[in-house]
Design a protein around this ligand. Structure first.
Ligand SMILES: *[C@@H]1O[C@H](CO)[C@@H](O)[C@H](O)[C@H]1NC(C)=O
Ligand SMILES: *[C@@H]1O[C@H](CO)[C@@H](O)[C@H](O)[C@H]1NC(C)=O
Ligand SMILES: *[C@@H]1O[C@H](CO)[C@@H](O)[C@H](O)[C@H]1NC(C)=O
Ligand SMILES: *[C@@H]1O[C@H](CO)[C@@H](O)[C@H](O)[C@H]1NC(C)=O
Length: 630
């Protein structure tokens, strides 16, 4: 500026003042009318980076898949810890070699070739990750079976994905044994990850793996895999019937790589993974997200409130994954002096309620919380990246590209409300409505494997104009004046308990298999101090039959995972139905399991006694006060 003449310098000063005078009010206006301007800008920049990376990879030939990202990391940082589990550390090189062994063993044992599918029936353990990598190396898709399901459900889920190979953990061999006859009929090869297996016909696969070569799997074995090929099948309990397999193809999996990197997680971070790997959250965020950045996964078999912070301290965990229940359990555990002594800086997950959110930050210190909303098969997602307590995200300009609406929903008849011309009705600001999102080329809905009927059921037509098609999220939401979105509830036919979705029709199908049960109406009821809803059933008894509670208990234990058990059963003379013969639930949900509100005979599932016992005021009070743990 030294070379400017005095008049020019004056002019410069004047224009600077003028500019400041103009800009200042502009910034002020911006703050008032667009308070999240900078957050939106940052969000947009971040998103742009993610999109460009994705687009560049999407153009590469041969197809660049998640596996290729893993191989890059393994080549670049072979010695970096990839997964730490129960005292053992496996580097990226270890994971690469171990998955080569599994792949080579699979080739010689059952000639798995590209385009086929194998099912994984494993709990959280490193073998889950290695087996998935092995299947990817062979160009095969993996069906991720929920390791809690048994008998009829297990057989159904396995059947959905068309696999002829089932890889099971040693401790799950007995569960597979229960459906052995049906699997044999279908010519399924069962590989158990053990050295010795007592069940005739099952292969003890660990010996194979230990003896197999660790030589890399030739690329030619997966040369035909495209972005459209299915990569994983993930099971979801939808609104009706048995679980369904949502297809995740390679494009979608590639997009999932960005989940941690876009939240500022780097290779220096250690990610604590205690959610089931067979669910979207654990698999996509913890596992796939870590591959992108080359971070370390601290893997746990399952969540433990008493071990959580000790684990975090022992392993220098910096990022944790959660579902709302987990943070609530942590807040409910006894206070300790070292509650704030840890390196966790980021928690990423969903289902966190505002009260728990506040309490969590108070108690465990300044941890950034990234609450998001997305479903396995859905075509829309929200991310809370501004720190608004309680919100799952905020609508912004990006959602113009991905149109969605909150529409009026009649919970009693379980259907959207329609106007005189047959279109849906949007709810106003602050009102609760069903989230539906438009199905378009850039927001596709893949549907469920081998289940056209269920796929169609997830679509809502004629939402804002005749002929349009939307995806029904099954979730009730509310949007406030500042565009923050809040999760309210799930609609009719499902409820969540212990982080799992329970389909009411699946449970009632199982209940009505009992000789004495005429009809069963299943729903979820709230328990004070708990996230989600616990299962309850209203049943009618067949004429001349008597309830047999012990066999009821053993029946549901063999057919349903524990989180889906109806904890309470009330006996009605008849099941109320709507004009369209749908079962009425709203009044039943309201009455809940309080014996003073329910005049019907009411029963309580007692785990220790292995039967249902009559519900009493004492039991009720113990549940409400938390003396009886559910
Ligand atoms: C593995 O190799 C050893 C030594 O060659 C052999 O004795 C053993 O039977 C092999 N195990 C399997 C399961 O093939
Ligand atoms: C899979 O990926 C492609 C893009 O590569 C996408 O357009 C398609 O809808 C996806 N789903 C299926 C079932 O092909
Ligand atoms: C955790 O961090 C401390 C201090 O930075 C370091 O001394 C220790 O070795 C780390 N532990 C692990 C398991 O990485
Ligand atoms: C996202 O989470 C943070 C907490 O880190 C919270 O302050 C913010 O309000 C949330 N953003 C939205 C949009 O809900």
């Amino acid at each position: 500026m030294c070379c400017l003449s005095p008049p020019a310098r004056n002019m410069f000063a004047t224009s600077a003042i003028l500019a400041a005078a103009l800009v200042a009010p502009l910034l002020l206006l911006l703050r008032i009318f667009w308070p999240y301007f900078w957050k939106d800008v940052r969000l947009a920049a971040n998103l742009l980076r993610v999109l460009l990376t994705f687009a560049a990879r999407r153009r590469r030939k041969p197809a660049y898949l998640v596996l290729d990202r893993f191989l890059e990391q393994a080549a670049r940082h072979a010695d970096r810890p990839f997964v730490v589990f129960e005292g053992a550390t496996y580097s990226y090189r270890d994971a690469d070699r171990q998955s080569n062994r599994i792949a080579n063993a699979l080739r010689s044992r059952c000639a798995l070739t590209q385009g086929r599918t194998a099912a994984l029936f494993l709990g959280n353990e490193p073998a889950f990750l290695f087996a998935w990598l092995a299947l990817a190396k062979l160009g095969c898709a993996a069906a991720l079976l929920n390791c809690n399901i048994r008998s009829k459900s297990l057989l159904h889920c396995f059947g959905c994905c068309g696999a002829k190979v089932l890889i099971a953990a040693a401790e799950l061999a007995d569960a597979v044994g229960e459906i052995k006859t049906s699997l044999e009929r279908e010519g399924v090869t069962v590989l158990v990850l053990t050295r010795e297996c007592n069940t005739p016909g099952f292969v003890s696969f660990l010996g194979d793996v230990e003896n197999a070569s660790e030589a890399p799997v030739p690329r030619s074995l997966r040369s035909e895999v495209t972005f459209r090929s299915p990569a994983v099948y993930i099971y979801t309990s939808g609104t009706t019937g048995l679980p369904k397999a949502a297809v995740v193809n390679n494009t979608r999996l590639l997009a999932a790589l960005a989940v941690l990197s876009s939240n500022g997680v780097t290779a220096e971070d250690s990610v604590y993974l205690n959610l089931p790997l067979y669910h979207t959250a654990g698999f996509f965020i913890g596992f796939i997200g870590s591959i992108e950045i080359g971070s370390t996964i601290i893997l746990r078999r399952k969540f433990s409130a008493s071990q959580f912070w000790d684990d975090c301290r022992r392993h220098n965990v910096t990022v944790v994954q959660y579902i709302g229940e987990i943070l609530r359990y942590l807040c409910n555990s006894p206070k300790k002096d070292n509650d704030k002594d840890h390196k966790v800086r980021l928690a990423i997950g969903n289902g966190l309620r505002a009260d728990v959110w506040k309490e969590f930050l108070n108690r465990f210190g300044d941890i950034e919380i990234r609450e998001f909303y997305a479903s396995t098969e859905g075509n829309i997602g929200f991310m809370n990246d501004t720190g608004k307590i309680g919100a799952i995200g905020r609508t912004n300009f990006l959602h113009k590209l991905f149109p969605y609406a909150l529409i009026k929903y009649d919970t009693e008849v379980d259907a959207p409300v329609r106007d005189s011309s047959g279109l849906c009705i949007e709810v106003g600001r602050g009102e609760t409505g069903l989230l539906v999102s438009k199905i378009t080329d850039i927001a596709p809905f893949e549907g469920y494997a081998r289940n056209k009927e269920q796929t169609e059921k997830k679509k809502v037509c004629d939402v804002s104009k005749k002929g349009d098609v939307y995806f029904n999220s099954g979730d009730l939401m509310r949007i406030d004046e500042d565009n923050f979105i809040y999760f309210q509830d799930r609609v009719g036919d499902t409820f969540r308990w212990k982080g799992e979705n329970v389909a009411t029709t699946e449970v009632s199908d199982i209940l009505t298999m009992m000789e004495f049960v005429e009809e069963a109406n299943v729903y979820g009821v709230q328990v004070p101090g708990h996230e989600g809803k616990i299962g309850m059933a209203a049943i009618t008894i067949k004429e001349d039959e008597e309830p047999d509670w012990e066999s009821m208990f053993s029946h549901i234990s063999s057919y349903l995972p524990a989180y889906a058990h109806p904890r309470f059963i009330r006996i009605q003379n008849s099941v109320e139905v709507t004009a369209t013969f749908k079962q009425m639930k709203v009044k039943l949900v309201e009455a809940g399991f309080n014996p003073s509100m329910v005049c019907d005979p009411l029963f309580f599932l007692n785990d220790k006694a292995k039967t249902y016992i009559p519900m009493t005021e004492d039991i009720y009070n113990s549940i409400v006060s938390g003396t009886i743990k559910l």
